[in-house]
Design a protein around this ligand. Structure first.
Ligand SMILES: NC(=O)c1ccc[n+]([C@@H]2O[C@H](COP(=O)([O-])OP(=O)(O)OC[C@H]3O[C@@H](n4cnc5c(N)ncnc54)[C@H](O)[C@@H]3O)[C@@H](O)[C@H]2O)c1
Ligand SMILES: [Fe+2]
Length: 389
C-alpha cells in the first residue's frame, strides 16, 4: 500500500473576534450579496446579529435564513437552497455547529450545480464549485469548518449520508472561540466527545498517516486538558480556545484519514434514535477503540498516555485499549453523558437495528477491521457491558 497524504484544502483563520472579518473577506472576493445561514439556538444566543452587522458594514447585502435544524435533513437543505436561489446570493456564510456548516455545504452544492441533492449521494458524481462559503463554527465538535464533507439526514431511507467533493468545499473558515462562550453545557459535553472520536478514528483509520496522527494527538491533548472546564465553566475563554483548536485539528484528521469505526456506529445510533451526534460518539468510542487496537499498538499506547489511562507496562495492547475505553467512559460520565442503556434499553434490539445501518455506513470503508455481523455484535455487546460496569 502507498503512503497516505495529508493536506489542508483551504485557509483557516483562528482567533478571538475573527468572525467579524467575514464581510471584508467576502468583499475581497468580489461578493455582493450573501446568504447568512444559522439556526434558532445560535440566534437566541445573539451570535448572527454582530456578524451580519459587520458584513453590512463591509458593503454587502445580506439575505438571512434562520431555519437550520440539528442533523440537517434533505428537506431543510432544499428549502434553504430555494431561498438562496430566489434571493440571488453570490456567497454563503454559515454560523453554527456541524449541523449548520454541513447544511451550508449542501446548499452551496445545490446552488452551484442545480441538480437534485440525491444525485450527490453517489460521491463519484462530478461536482462544480462556484460561490464561496465561509464556515464560522459556534460549537467545538464537528470540525466541519475545516473539512470538505457534509453529513445529511436522508429522510427517505432514514439514514445519515456523507456528501463530499468540490461543491461542498468551503472557501475559508473563521474560527472564533468567543462564539462558543454561550454554548450550553450539554452541547459542549457532547461536542467534546465528537472531537475525541474524530481524533481516534483518524489515528486508527486505514487512511491515516504520520501527519494526521500528530495533529490528532494534539487534538486529544487539548480536549483532555480542557473539556471538563469548558462544560463546567463555559465562560472560560482559555478552555473554550483549547476546545475550538482541538475541534479544528480533529477536522483536519478526518478531512484526511476520514472517520472510521466509532462513527459508523454513531451514525447508525443518531439516525435511528435521534441521539445527539457527540453523545453517539462518546458511547461507541470505547468498544471501537478496543476492537481495532491490535492493528495499531503504538498508537493505542500514545492515546492511553494522553488520556491518562492507568495501565501496566506488561499489559497487552488489547488490555491497554480496554483500560483506555474505560477511562473514556469515566470521562463522558463525568460530564453527564448517559450510556447506551438510556437510549436503547434492550441490547438485542440494538444489535438487530444498528448492525445493518452501521455495516452500510460510508465510514465502514475506512475501518481497519471489517464492520460486519461479527464485529457489530462484539462492539455493541461490549458497549452494553461497559454501561453495566
Ligand atoms: N462534516 C463533518 O465532518 C462532521 C463531523 C462531525 C459531525 N458532523 C455533523 O454535525 C452535526 C452535529 O454538530 P454539532 O455537534 O456542532 O451540533 P449542532 O450544530 O446540531 O448544534 C447543537 C445545538 O447547539 C446549539 N448551538 C450551537 N452553537 C451554540 C452557541 N454558541 N450558543 C448556543 N447554542 C448553540 C444549536 O442551535 C443546536 O441546538 C451532526 O449532524 C453531525 O452528523 C459533521
Ligand atoms: Fe463526528
Amino acid at each position: 500500500m502507498g503512503a497516505n497524504s495529508f493536506m489542508i484544502t483551504f485557509p483557516q483563520f483562528f482567533g478571538r473576534g475573527c468572525s467579524k472579518e467575514a464581510g471584508e473577506k467576502l468583499a475581497a472576493m468580489g461578493c455582493k450579496k450573501v446568504l447568512v445561514m444559522h439556526g434558532k439556538g445560535v440566534e437566541a444566543a445573539g451570535l448572527p446579529a454582530l456578524i451580519v452587522q459587520a458584513i453590512e458594514r463591509a458593503g454587502l447585502e445580506v439575505a438571512e435564513n434562520n431555519k437550520v435544524e440539528s442533523d440537517p435533513s434533505d428537506r431543510i437543505i432544499k428549502k434553504i437552497a430555494a431561498f438562496g436561489k430566489d434571493a440571488e446570493v453570490d456567497s454563503i456564510v454559515a454560523i453554527g455547529g456541524g449541523s449548520c456548516m454541513d447544511a451550508a455545504k449542501c446548499v452551496k452544492l445545490l446552488l452551484d450545480n442545480g441538480e437534485p441533492l440525491e444525485t450527490f449521494y453517489d460521491i463519484s458524481h462530478p461536482q462544480r464549485t462556484a460561490i464561496p462559503l465561509i464556515t464560522i463554527p459556534t460549537t467545538s465538535g464537528s470540525g466541519s469548518e475545516a473539512s470538505k464533507g457534509a453529513v445529511v439526514t436522508d429522510t427517505v431511507n432514514g439514514i445519515k449520508r456523507v456528501i463530499i467533493g468540490a461543491g461542498t468545499t468551503p472557501a475559508m473558515a473563521l474560527i472564533d472561540p468567543e462564539l462558543t462562550l454561550g454554548a450550553p453545557p450539554k452541547v459542549t459535553a457532547a461536542c467534546a466527545f465528537d472531537v475525541l472520536a474524530h481524533a481516534i478514528d483518524a489515528i486508527t483509520s486505514k487512511m491515516t498517516c504520520r501527519i494526521t496522527q500528530v495533529v490528532s494527538y494534539e487534538a486529544i491533548r487539548l480536549m483532555e486538558r480542557s473539556y471538563k472546564q469548558a462544560v463546567e465553566h463555559g465562560d472560560d475563554i482559555n478552555a473554550r480556545e483549547d476546545m475550538q483548536l482541538a475541534s479544528n485539528l480533529g477536522g483536519y484528521g478526518i478531512g484526511n484519514a476520514k472517520c472510521s469505526m466509532s462513527h459508523a456506529f454513531a451514525h447508525a445510533l443518531g439516525a435511528l434514535y435521534h441521539v445527539p451526534h457527540g453523545v453517539c460518539c462518546a458511547i461507541f468510542t470505547p468498544a471501537s477503540l478496543e476492537y481495532v487496537s491490535d492493528t495499531c499498538p503504538e498508537q493505542i499506547r500514545a492515546i492511553a498516555e494522553l488520556l491518562h489511562a492507568a495501565y501496566d507496562a506488561e499489559d497487552s495492547t488489547r488490555e491497554i485499549a480496554r483500560k483506555t475505553g474505560e477511562q473514556i467512559r469515566r470521562m463522558y460520565r463525568a460530564v453527564g453523558i448517559d450510556d447506551i442503556t438510556a437510549y436503547i434499553p434492550d441490547e438485542e434490539e440494538a444489535i438487530k437495528r444498528l448492525t445493518p445501518v452501521a455495516e452500510k455506513d460510508i465510514m465502514a470503508l475506512f475501518s481497519p477491521r471489517p464492520i460486519d455481523d461479527e464485529s457489530c455484535e462484539w462492539v455493541i455487546r461490549r458497549t452494553y457491558e461497559l454501561a453495566r460496569s
